[in-house]
Write a protein that binds this ligand. Structure first.
Ligand code: ADP
Ligand code: MG
Length: 235
């Protein structure tokens, strides 16, 4: 039996916009096991990024609990939440968010400096297939290469949970497949638990678990006993 890494109980999130209240998350309860890949699937506006931001400690729910192992994130103060985000979470975004005037290696080293026991920045760049490009700036790299640097930056902290928000959203099919294969390899070789957010149902077939969302709610949670290798997924 694998251990439960993450458990959400009755999570709600409201945004107050003047007179209007947006209910971005409605009564979300779920569990995620260690070492598994989960895809959160849903159309634009269904609350996927909001959910990922709560899990990653970037924002707080309006109600409910989020347990990371036995710690309830909603009971941490701001400083404790910052440490949680820094030590436990790696984040990968659709548009890479690299620092433009730092090289690939420097972008990764910056993240390594945030934690006590980082992996080797050079080795992690090697793992993502970019050893030869370590001294290049983001503007000298393709989209797929920039996303590899972003993945290396997230991984160098050796996080227990890697959160990826539409990681292939800005990439063509072949490049996107390679990024997903890399995420799969990281899951297999390092055991990192991974959550991938996407609106693309083809991508969900690579996951061990699929959480389908609509209008801020969970519609369905599906266990997938036969994940498809990412290189065989097309969209
Ligand atoms: P998704 O990532 O699935 O596209 P989001 O989580 O970004 O969806 O958004 C879910 C809903 O919450 C949308 O209606 C969106 O407009 C709203 N929302 C998200 N973030 C904010 C915010 N900071 N302030 C107000 N409304 C927000
Ligand atoms: Mg989103």
């Amino acid at each position: 039996m694998s251990k439960i890494l993450l458990k959400l109980i009755g999570v709600n999130k409201f945004y107050h916009m003047g007179e209007v209240t947006v209910e971005a998350l409605k009564d979300i309860s779920l569990e995620i096991n260690e070492h598994e890949i989960t895809v959160i699937l849903g159309p634009s506006g269904s609350g996927k990024s909001t959910l990922l931001n709560m899990i990653g400690g970037m924002d707080r729910p309006s109600a409910g609990s989020i347990f990371f192992y036995d710690r309830d994130l909603t009971r941490l103060d701001d400083q404790e939440l910052t440490l949680y985000r820094r030590r436990e979470i790696g984040f990968v975004f659709q548009f890479y968010n690299l620092i433009a005037d730092l090289t690939a290696l420097e972008n990764v080293e910056l993240a390594a400096n945030l934690v006590k026991n980082p992996l080797s920045s050079r080795k992690v760049l090697e793992k993502v297939g970019l050893a030869a490009r370590k001294n290049h700036f983001p503007s000298q790299l393709s989209g797929g290469e920039q996303q590899r640097v972003a993945i290396a930056r997230a991984l160098v902290k050796n996080p227990r949970l890697l959160l990826c928000d539409e990681p292939t959203g800005a990439l063509d099919l072949a490049t996107g497949q390679k990024i997903l294969s890399l995420l799969k390899k990281i899951n297999e070789e390092l055991g990192t638990t991974i959550i991938i957010v996407t609106h693309n149902s083809a991508i969900s077939t690579m996951a061990h678990n699929i959480i389908r969302m609509g209008s801020g709610k969970i519609l369905e949670i599906i266990a997938n006993p036969h994940p498809v290798p990412p290189e065989r997924i097309a969209w």
